[in-house]
Design a protein around this ligand. Structure first.
Ligand code: SAH
Length: 319
């Protein structure tokens, strides 16, 4: 720790910089190495973790407004007064119709999500835990309702404050690289944004810490995550360049914004044997490269430069 390189990962001792763009560097990811991780609401320990997120999704999300609609689906409800009464007892009475309605929505997005996962698989994501995680996290709940129809396209979408939700393929790739088939205990994400990647991480790691420097986004992430009732995510508002010393060391660190280097504090908070994945480079000229840093020893890191990517900038301080 004390002899650690003063600068960034760029100064790492053994460096193995070969820029190979697309090849999803298959880690030793064996589906069999399945960690018995996640909580969420743990259905059956092993099988596709489908149920956990779904239940809360049906139960709470955008239900209440429609409680009057009882059984008749879309109709403007013949007796407008009907809305007044049941509303008073909303908690007990509105449950069934809302569940049905949201259940239908959930099924639709589930199918679209499955197609997204098939595309991820076709494009080289092999870690079954990551694929499962991508198939249970409802990405449409992390974007503006107006963009929900695009939620399962492989595109970054605006989330306000000049920031974006990362592309599904990039989220999957970063998590797969960070995990490398290992069971993950303690993971740190820098750049919570709307909270999507943290939700995906929560399905493959035991404990997820995520830091965001823009307060309204941190709040938004909290709001987005609440209905999913994910017990193993800790959100922090602050400058992620400083990491989270109190929760270190981390088996994996994922940085969701591009800096010119990897902050030294984060290198120090990586466990020995841990892996950090980050876009490194400037906005100009699309020169960012997804970079993997492995900590080999107390003062030894190895850096590999992988895919060309484009991320919003990693900034200092908080707003
Ligand atoms: N993880 C998100 C991606 C959000 S975009 C997802 O799930 O899609 C990257 C986020 O990093 C932005 O919200 C930005 O505000 C944040 N960010 C940039 N610099 C940061 C810093 N130093 N500390 C914490 N967050 C930072």
């Amino acid at each position: 720790m004390k002899n650690s390189p003063p600068g960034s990962a760029g100064k790492s001792q053994s460096r193995q910089a070969n820029a190979q763009t697309a090849a999803p560097a298959k880690p030793q990811a064996r589906p069999s190495a399945a960690t018995p991780p996640k909580p969420l609401a743990a259905p059956s320990a092993k099988a596709p973790v489908k149920a956990p997120l779904q239940a809360p999704l049906n139960a709470s999300v955008k239900a209440p407004a429609r409680s009057a609609a009882q059984n008749s689906t879309a109709r403007p409800s013949p007796q407008p007064a009907a809305s007044a009464k049941p509303a008073a007892r909303a908690t007990e009475r509105s449950a069934a119709p809302n569940v049905a309605l949201n259940g239908a929505l959930a099924l639709t997005s589930e199918r679209v999500r499955e197609r997204m996962v098939e595309r991820l698989r076709a494009n080289g994501v092999t870690d079954q835990r990551v694929l499962n995680a991508m198939s249970v996290v409802p990405r449409h709940m992390f974007v503006d309702p107006g963009l929900a129809a695009q939620a399962y396209e492989d595109a970054a979408l605006p989330i306000g404050h000049h920031q974006t939700i990362s592309k599904p393929s990039v989220v999957a790739r970063m998590i797969e690289l960070a995990a490398a088939g290992r069971a993950l205990n303690n993971v740190l994400e820098i750049g919570t944004g709307c909270g999507y990647q943290a939700a995906v991480l929560s399905q493959v790691a035991r404990e997820v810490y995520s830091i965001e420097r823009i307060r309204p986004l941190s709040e938004r992430a909290k709001t987005n995550l609440r209905p999913l009732r994910i017990p193993n995510i800790r959100l922090h508002y602050g400058d992620g360049r400083l990491g989270l010393p109190s929760a270190a060391p981390f088996d994996a660190i994922v940085i969701a914004a591009a800096g010119l280097d990897v902050p030294q504090a984060l290198l120090e908070q990586l466990a020995i044997g841990g892996r950090l994945v980050a876009p490194v480079g400037s906005q100009e000229g699309q020169s960012q490269v997804l970079t993997l840093v492995e900590r080999l020893g107390p003062a030894q890191w190895r850096e590999s430069r992988l895919d060309r990517v484009f991320f919003v900038p990693l900034k200092s301080g908080v707003i």
